[in-house]
Design a protein around this ligand. Sequence first.
Ligand code: GLY
Ligand code: MN
Ligand code: MN
Length: 428
Amino acid sequence: MRHAAIDPQLFIDNRQRLKRLQLPNSIAILNANDILPTNADGSLRIVPNSDLFYLSGVEQEESTLLLFPDADDPSLREILFLRETSDLIAVWEGHKLTKDEARQISGIQNIQWTSALPQMMHRLVCEAEHVYLNTNEHKRSGSNVQTREMRFVEEMRRQYPLHQYHRLARLLHRLRVVKSHWEIDLLQQACDITEAGFRRVAKFTRPGVNECDIEAEFIHEFTRRHAAFAYNPIIASGRNACVLHYIQNDQTCRAGDLLLLDVAASYANYNADLTRTIPVNGRFTPRQRRVYDAVLRVLRGLMAELSPARRHKDWQKAAEEMIEKELVDLRLLSLRDLRKQGPERSAMKRYFMHGVGHPLGLDVHDIGFTTEPFAPGWVMTIEPAIYIPEERMAVRLENDVLITETGVVDLMAKIPIEADAIEELMSR
Ligand code: GLY
Ligand code: MN
Ligand code: MN
């Protein structure tokens, strides 16, 4: 792993929190992600399973975690199964976790090789009444690829058809959305690395550079700080910024255009999510600045409105109302357009058509029940925008904030955002 060691207490606490939600005499089992194939004999670098990491700190393939808080034998209440290494694996793939290392990372005492899993599981599943298995219940997930976890679910249900199965995801959604102080520290580190990347790029950007060159600057800064891209970076100049998921990043940046940068770092599996929009030549035109300031006002307004007990859908509605007002002031919409539009706000949605924020954590679009009110400990993005393809421009701004009892803490407060501050940074 590239990141510094994490205090195992983070994972010990997480298991304790899960235990409090489990039914009596229940066993929870979860698995690592597969290493995904590409073409020929190629494969992607593993993306650690967020839930497994959350409960154990383990990032290695072919790992299984078994949690049975009421197991009769206390030594079998937490067991982590790992892929056993060999001389061949050591030569071709390098180091794999030893049992001792896994103990130190996770705080779990009973570490076994995966070969022991079937027998141990049979014993414990026969002792348990309820079984929690994990599935991806992110509302917007959509993939036909069968995961290791889904293969495991099928196999369990085939072998033990009469057990009572439950959805571990429901418990993990409830837990993971509320961040502990350990997690907030790691998220802050991801934000700080993101800041370093942004500052470097703001000074580097000038007319004639390619979006690719800017991507390279980010990679350099993130990698040397032991981090990686949190998601495919969006480096979109001019009209490209109106494509919401633009990841081509291969066009030349032109004087007079704006450049939208939705780029952030992931550190120790915790993700930042930043968007800044900067003028390619270092100076906003008066029109660009008016649009920019409008989006910034909305961002500030939404920060003030993000408080415990507020509901996501009301917050989104507040965002849409604020943006609508700005669109009228920018003469992009008229009061008549607003009167004519229905409750689906089709006029406004020509210029702003996405969600205004999402939970952030081990996943960029993190899990959590967003139908429930916000609560202290949630980390949210705030990302208002105005897209104007007919003017070849878009402005989006995005910061990450922690919700507390008394308001939000801006984890990106140090990253320049005022138009003047951006111009000042770019002039250095
Ligand atoms: N970068 C992904 C998002 O803003 O949601
Ligand atoms: Mn983003
Ligand atoms: Mn986002």
